[in-house]
Design a protein around this ligand. Sequence first.
Ligand code: AOY
Length: 455
Amino acid sequence: MQFLFTLQITHYKQYPPNVSKVYSYFECRHKKGAQFNEVVFFGLQYLLKRYIAGCVVTEEKIQEAKVFYQMHFKQKVFDEEGWRKLLERYDGRLPIRIKAVPEGRIIPRGNVLFTVENTDPDFYWLTNYIETMLVQMWYPITVATISREFKKILAKHLKATSGSLEGLEFKLHDFGYRGVSSQESAALGGAAHLVNFCSTDTVAGLLMAQRYYNCPMAGFSIPAAEHSTIISWGRNREKEAYEYLLDQFPTGPMAVVSDSYDIFKACKHIWGDKLKERVMERSEDSMLVIRPDSGDPTETLLGVIKILEECFTCSVNSVGYKVLPSYLRIIQGDGIDLCSVEKVSWSAENVFFGCGSALLQKINRDTLNCAFKCSYVETNGKGMDVYKQPVTDPSKGSKRGRLSLRRNSDGLIETVERGVGKPEEDMLVTVFENGTILQEYSLDEIRKNVEEDTA
Ligand SMILES: O=C1OCCC/C1=C\Nc1ccccc1
């Protein structure tokens, strides 16, 4: 349904007479001094499967859209004839070709990520008709990219403070389900995080990975307290609440948010004293994960770690950093964003991180300057490279001609413009044509692509 109800309703009337092809592309424009210079391509397969593939046009939908737009524009602008021709000629399938970089590939900004063109001259207006839908690709691309920036930072610290990258994929837990704008955003953003990590509470992302990326279980979690299950015992029964959780989850890891009243007293007098024996009897596979949830992340973490190091016997790892006993860890899920996570100054072996809005919501289409622009048209059977070059902002200039993506002789990825790219060098793959998805990627393949392009 969404399909017919996009914005580019009146554009078919605006293209030059006898135009037969409109060819457009999507990129994350390069920006000088940008915080992120390369992006993770992810999410197109979901949008194609969910909205673009198969028979997306029916007589009923045409009628509905006709009435709707007559009301909206108060004049006849909806192209009923055009849509009916599509329905009759293609049974409602879209005569469109989409060529895209494989999902999971890491591409420097300023390069073409996918191209869209009509495959039938009568449907030149279709290319930019689906622009609105396709530009929403900014979201999964941006989340996957930010999640990977976290991974780069955590990898650096983990390597430096523990000498290994073991467990890196569990170091950033997605806490963002409640902080996103919709179930669909949670699904798409949650799945985008799972391209880089396998640690999440955003269940919608797991279902997305299952249904659209052929991955039965893309991420894991553990039983965790929340404030209600602690404060429901009343202020003077905090110790009883924690003890009850240890009894209820005697084996397997268990996370307990411990800042309902005083995180430092909870660590010193409850976890480090009254319940100390109970904590020490747990094994590495049944570790207790203490969760602070307030205060400046760095200060709070330092305070908590200092207290736990005094109460429990720590060891020193191969690179000289203190490590808590294997049955005890910390998870910091509050106030984590790309700069606070940078300030880790003790062994990252001791800490897991959770991230919510900074991962899934505190972003927009400008974060990576995502844009969809026409770069080539055919009119009266003649091809012409087209572009915009605003004198008021050259960084918004667009590419011209038919585009391909190649790795040059120095191994750098670059976009070839003006249709002079060699087909055999083109990294863009035809993933969609005339209603059918021609190339699919599983989450496992996508994860491998990310790893390959990161190594
Ligand atoms: O504490 C934890 O340990 C590890 C498992 C997840 C977890 C907490 N989850 C969560 C989700 C959404 C908002 C807040 C917390």
